[in-house]
Design a protein around this ligand. Sequence first.
Ligand SMILES: [Zn+2]
Length: 417
Amino acid sequence: MDSNSSKPAGVRPAGAGLGNNRDSTRQHNLSTVLGLVHSSAGLSRAQLTRTTGLNRSTIAALVGELVQLGLVVESDLDQSQQHGRPSIMINPGPSVLALAVNPDVDAVGVALVALGGNIVNPVRFHTVRAPSMPEVVNIVSAVYAGMAAALPAHFRVVGIGVAVPGLVDPADGTVIEAPQLGWREQPLAAQLAKALQLPVACANDAVVGARAQAAFGAGREVADFVYLFGGASGIGGGIVSGGKLMHGATGFAGQLGHMLVRTDGAACSCGSSGCLEAEVTREELLRAVQLPVDRAEDLEQSVLGLFASGEASAQLREVLSRQARLLAVGLRGVVHQVNPSLIVLGGFLRILAEAMPDIVEGAVSLGAARGAREQVRIELAPLGESLILVGAAELAFAPLLADPAGVLRAASADREN
Ligand SMILES: [Zn+2]
């Protein structure tokens, strides 16, 4: 987000101050360089020098310290440079990891993620019903024990990031409510931290998806975008406005699944009715193509395959067209309220945009007042769980990215005690 602007604000030359001031400048510059390497998944020294405005010897010293910390690696010369001297490439190191967790109604996703958003070994642990909070803690503990045992000795895991399909208290990572999981007031962050002895950060899954989009995805170069994700647990969203993720007064902005889209609509888990997520559901699409929940990964292929071969039933067409129209109602509201330049649709919402493009794209190009609808484009988020896992890892990496040397020193001290 902020760190993706071409020239980060507030970069100070190393050595500009004395004592603590010099330390904080160095920490700030280390953080800036690591952030750039992380979100670009690799940069040349020349690009770092240009982007930060720091001089070449300062960049060399900062990169040297990050190499020593195991956070970045220097590799072959950048061959893409046509002119001038070739420059050494700086890539995210593979040995510093975050554990990403995504509990869902039918599975718990767990993966180690390296800097640069590289997913190392994703595991989707299927459950016969929605897992309870203690079950999630047990599953993650068991899966992590296996992963950790297979890691080389010098690899380290700096923390756990959890994407939760529900409302999360940003202050302490308590899950206030996750209706589809049947959770209320579950101290997930505290219990995971106790079980795995690692720092834990939790956030709503759609907010996590928006963070991943902003750091690595379609939203990377965009200051104003809206991310909408549809999954087994409903529809969530995240709004990035002016380069910043909107939090709201208590951290719950972006509950786009609860936009009213039909006045006499179906009852919603929030207690209201006619909400987007009550009207536009993955369950109804699964039923329309007669797929069981445990084959939900095949839903998109299945629906689009039936369309391509002209075998889509009248019922399927009716469901898709109705859901697409109701999604369009929601999108039209978003366009006018937020004035984004980009809307990213993820999860099963992709299917509605692909099968009914006229309806979904029409929402942002027709019937809307001229100003806001101009230049809004719709893009599809990549398939699968990877975006959510990368975003969850971002939560865990945040302290490291802010103070690379400090966090690793503290982690090493903990390990020696
Ligand atoms: Zn609702």
